[in-house]
Design a protein around this ligand. Structure first.
Ligand SMILES: C[S@@+](CC[C@H](N)C(=O)[O-])C[C@H]1O[C@@H](n2cnc3c(N)ncnc32)[C@H](O)[C@@H]1O
Length: 216
């Protein structure tokens, strides 16, 4: 397992760095499956950063309670503030955990797991271990939303390799992230008994957002 990165330094400018480099593309990925999540009751949200997705989820799913995990205290501060300003009762429905996701002991049962642009911070053994641990705390039929970068085949393969390399280099410099290749989340989720029920590629196949479901 590689030591985890520190995103405190880039927590505030993170949103603007994202818009400057990739425009609204990541935001569209995060929100793509939101209409499918309105009936969920208990979410585990891993590495949501400044909370842009979680704030929208709490507004869209009025009965949901969420555990938000992040190793960056600055990100969690922004997340709490954003959720509170978006939804009146957010504080009562949200618990934040300042901890490495790999050390967190999930209790559950969760009917929703959210990992937007988070699994790519992990190397493959860490991702496998995380999925196995979370699997035990899933409710029957639980959903898992994943958004991530992707290396497509065909003419966009080289541009995607350059983009992903560049992003990993930037995160290494800014946060100390040691991971340098996209892990295979599909294999880990499939082995844990989840099935991909929907998939939305964008940005010429270089971005993907997927909905997975635990088979009962
Ligand atoms: C690349 S940012 C993604 C933020 C957001 N989910 C998004 O869609 O842009 C990764 C987030 O995960 C957190 N993070 C990275 N590694 C982590 C770990 N091992 N445990 C917990 N949080 C972690 C970072 O602090 C940051 O908030």
């Amino acid at each position: 397992m590689k030591p985890h990165a520190n995103f405190n330094f880039i927590a505030r400018p993170y949103r603007w760095l994202e818009y400057l480099t990739l425009g609204g593309r990541l935001e569209r990925c995060r929100l793509h499956f939101l209409p499918h999540l309105r009936d969920q009751k208990k979410a585990l949200v891993l590495g949501d950063g400044d909370g842009r997705f979680l704030a929208e989820l709490m507004a869209a799913a009025p009965d949901i309670h969420a555990d938000a995990i992040d190793s960056s205290s600055a990100m969690l501060r922004l997340l709490r503030r954003r959720c509170a300003s978006r939804t009146l009762d957010a504080a009562a429905r949200l618990e934040t955990h300042h901890i490495d996701a790999l050390a967190f002991r999930p209790v559950g049962p969760y009917d929703l797991i959210v990992t937007h642009f988070f699994l790519d911070c992990l190397d493959e053994p860490s991702l496998d271990a995380l999925v196995i641990r979370i699997r035990r705390s899933l409710a029957p039929g639980a959903l898992w939303v994943v958004s991530d970068f992707r290396i497509p085949s065909g003419p966009m393969r080289l541009p995607a390799l350059i983009l992903v390399r560049g992003l990993y280099l930037a995160f290494r410099i800014l946060t100390g992230l040691r991971t340098n290749r996209l892990p295979n989340h599909a294999e880990a989720l499939s082995e844990a008994g989840l099935v991909r029920t929907a998939c939305h590629p964008s940005f010429s196949g270089m971005l993907i957002t997927e909905l997975w479901q635990l088979q009962t």
